[in-house]
Ligand binder design. Structure first.
Ligand SMILES: C[S@@+](CC[C@H](N)C(=O)[O-])C[C@H]1O[C@@H](n2cnc3c(N)ncnc32)[C@H](O)[C@@H]1O
Length: 226
């Protein structure tokens, strides 16, 4: 599918798929969205070492911002990014995230993330490991290993099958008890699919340009844990 690189309203770049009129991030601001949805409403709930699953590694923006948080908070993070269609190296060169995040001293880390082998756990530094898994979302069969999921698939409008109970059941299974899933989405049909597989769903204020977003909890009753 044809792809083009555009600038979003906060100055950060993203990739756009003209045939679908769909972007990898919000047109209102890629960095703003990533920080609001995944860091403020996801990662910041956790202080201890955690493991994260990202649905759609894409440009690596979420992974890079999460790495910067790991360094800032001195928090150990094991990060798994699943992606079936890796972004080309020449497209990655056009992403301006290190610059826009005022993190030019870590630009080599962004490059290292992209150059690292697929399907291998790479220690990016002693606080952050990255496993890029080249697979389809429906092939995920992890069981209770993640504290947090960044659910960052393309929108329901273009890929409704990725917002189905089948996929959310896999997400639920892969989270540890009391794990959390965050996503930029806020459609009723998405909430119903999440609730159907057992998630408790709350609506939060969305990032600039989007009114709302969801956060879902795998809330497990104490007597289920015994
Ligand atoms: C919204 S973008 C992810 C953006 C990414 N989180 C970032 O920070 O750049 C959605 C991603 O899902 C990938 N994708 C789409 N369908 C998929 C599928 N069925 N299985 C695995 N990856 C898929 C796309 O290639 C794309 O990279």
């Amino acid at each position: 599918m044809k792809r083009e690189i555009i600038k979003t309203l906060d100055g950060s770049t993203t990739i756009r798929l003209p045939e679908w009129d769909e972007c990898y991030h919000s047109k209102h601001g890629a960095i703003q969205e990533a920080k609001h949805v995944f860091i403020k409403n996801g990662l910041s709930l956790f202080e201890n070492p955690i493991s994260i699953l990202e649905i759609g590694f894409g440009t690596g923006l979420n992974a890079f911002i999460t790495y910067l948080e790991a360094i800032r908070k001195n928090q150990r993070i094991d990060y798994v990014g699943v992606e079936a269609y890796p972004v080309d190296a020449d497209e990655i060169l056009e992403m301006n995230y290190a610059d826009e995040l005022e993190a030019l001293e870590f630009e080599n880390i962004f490059e290292k993330m992209h150059k690292s082998e697929w399907n291998e756990k790479i220690e990016i530094c002693d606080l952050f490991s990255l496993t890029k898994r080249k697979q389809f979302f429906h092939e995920i069969n992890d069981f209770e290993i993640y504290d947090l999921i960044y659910f960052d698939a393309f929108g329901y409008r273009v890929q409704p099958e990725l917002w189905s109970t089948e996929i959310f059941q896999k997400m639920y299974n892969s989270l540890k008890p009391n794990g959390v899933l965050v996503t930029y989405a806020a459609r009723g049909v998405v909430k119903r699919s999440m609730m159907e597989v057992g998630f408790t769903v709350e609506k939060l204020t969305g990032p600039p340009g989007k009114r709302e977003m969801f956060r879902a909890f795998k809330t497990v009753q104490m007597n289920n844990l015994e």
